[in-house]
Design a protein around this ligand. Structure first.
Ligand SMILES: [Zn+2]
Length: 114
């Protein structure tokens, strides 16, 4: 069962529209469908304390935490605006388009994975 409404895919550029990272832009690294969350490079960073162990240097590192899909919007690579995703065509010719400029939203990873 999935309640994921987004058509965002890995590799897409997004902009954060809510929360502490408001206005930040980044590339989608991972989509956690069950949790309706996505992982975006350099967004929603939290500091983690690492305890020094044998062979491991202690200290503070920053790691990305997944954020809610509701808090981001796709950034169109063509018009550079925040946009909603439309679907055009049918079957194999189905493609995502930008609702603002109507440009197709090609995903690099789409080709790689299928
Ligand atoms: Zn556009």
């Amino acid at each position: 069962m999935t309640n994921l409404k987004t058509k965002i895919k890995v590799g897409d550029q997004i902009e954060v529209i809510k929360g502490k990272d408001l206005g930040k832009k980044g590339q989608v690294e991972k989509i956690l469908r069950e949790k309706s969350r996505i992982l975006v490079k350099n967004i929603n960073l939290v500091k983690k304390h690492i305890k020094a162990r044998k062979g491991v240097q202690g200290g503070i590192i920053s790691v990305e935490r997944p954020l809610s899909i509701a808090n981001v919007q796709l950034l169109c690579p063509n018009c550079q605006k925040r946009t909603r995703i439309g679907i055009e065509g049918e079957g194999k010719n189905k493609q995502r388009i930008c609702k603002k400029c109507k440009a197709p939203l090609a995903s690099k990873t789409e080709v790689k994975n299928k």
